[in-house]
Design a protein around this ligand. Structure first.
Ligand SMILES: Cc1cc2nc3c(=O)[nH]c(=O)nc-3n(C[C@H](O)[C@H](O)[C@H](O)COP(=O)(O)O)c2cc1C
Length: 327
């Protein structure tokens, strides 16, 4: 299957769904530039508005929604189906029933995986394509080894179905290396976080642009105790060991907080971050968004991948697509 034809792409470059950071504005700009724009998960009514925005601003392109499973409720899936999206990216969960339901509505289903076992499971669900994520990726992590190392295994397991590589993609040479190793395309998150169309807080973007390192941690795991990669800030300095591992107290609290995530209402990101304090080791997975006070960059998760260390400036989404594709 030719992924570019199937998803009406000009270039083999996808923008990762990134929760509230990746709204209709970013996804539409990426899609209009010929890449795969992906709407991040958000409350169903906002999802509808974002879907319609992509359809209006990039009429000929595919409309894609990231189903970040820990946050997905029935209403999100119903909205995707009633708005007749073209493709969905399932990540951090999912099952055969969901894939079947999406297929019955004609949706192309991509599943992000980070291990061979996850890749096999996704193929057993009948996924149309995989995203092979490496451990250098930004945000939440499925990957346990570098993307280029995992990719050939994922390609073998996918047995002819397309595989995109996520993690460590900052320029066209990275895209070329992924394609040479068997990928049908690449997925970039951090590169698109650092675009004018992303909805990340300005101070957060500056911290990522000037970062000297990223760390893998579980600190921002209240309600979703999963591994993630961030740029260090005041709270990671206070509550993590130098290698990123969360200290005992936050690690214990987060490990027991899973059920909270299912119970939590879709409260606004601002309300949740507002109550976070550096002296209290209760840190949600929410990232600072545009318009939030600058100081919040020191109390919330600054998700970014290792690719951040090779990205020098904020550009437009169109420029990012061009830089990544070499076109
Ligand atoms: C700011 C940020 C937020 C992210 N949020 C999500 C998300 O909501 N859903 C998801 O499936 N992946 C998410 N990811 C991970 C991406 O899917 C992808 O694996 C990762 O960005 C690739 O690494 P890179 O950031 O170095 O390009 C996020 C990544 C970043 C940087």
């Amino acid at each position: 299957m030719d992924l570019l034809d199937r998803l009406r792409l000009d270039v083999p470059v996808a923008q990762a769904g990134m929760g509230s950071i990746a709204g209709g504005r970013l996804a539409a700009a990426v899609a209009a530039a010929g890449g795969l724009g992906t709407i991040g998960l958000r409350p169903p009514e906002e999802l509808r508005a974002a879907i319609r925005r992509v359809r209006d601003e990039a009429a000929e392109r595919a409309v894609v929604v990231n189903l970040l499973m820990p946050g997905v409720r029935r209403r999100h899936v119903a909205m995707c189906l009633s708005e007749r999206i073209d493709a969905a990216v399932i990540a951090f969960g999912g099952d055969a029933g969901l894939v079947r339901e999406l297929h019955e509505a004609g949706v192309f289903v991509i599943v992000m995986v980070g291990t061979e076992a996850q890749a096999q499971e996704a193929m057993a669900w009948d996924a149309d394509a995989l995203i092979a994520q490496g451990c250098e990726a930004g945000g939440h992590l499925l990957g346990t080894v570098a993307a280029l190392k995992f990719l050939p295994r994922a390609v073998e397991i996918a047995a002819g179905r397309p595989v995109l590589m996520a993690g460590g993609v900052a320029c066209s040479a990275d895209t070329a290396a992924a394609i040479a190793a068997g990928a049908s395309g690449v997925v970039a998150g951090t590169r698109f976080l650092l675009t004018v169309e992303s909805e990340a807080q300005e101070e957060y973007r500056q911290r990522v642009l000037t970062a000297e390192k990223t760390i893998e941690t579980c600190l921002f795991g209240l309600g979703w105790p999963a591994r993630h990669r961030v740029v260090p800030n005041a709270v990671t300095q206070r509550w993590c060991f130098p290698d990123g591992t969360a200290r005992r107290l936050p690690a214990l609290i987060n490990a027991r907080s899973g059920p909270l995530g299912r119970l939590a209402p879709e409260s606004s990101t601002a309300a949740a971050i507002k109550v976070q304090r550096s002296f209290l080791p209760l840190f949600s997975p929410l990232a600072p968004l545009e318009g939030m006070p600058e100081s919040w960059a020191d109390r919330a998760a600054l998700y970014a991948g290792e690719s951040a260390l090779r990205i020098a400036e904020t550009v437009t989404a169109k420029q990012a697509v061009a830089e990544l594709s070499g076109c």
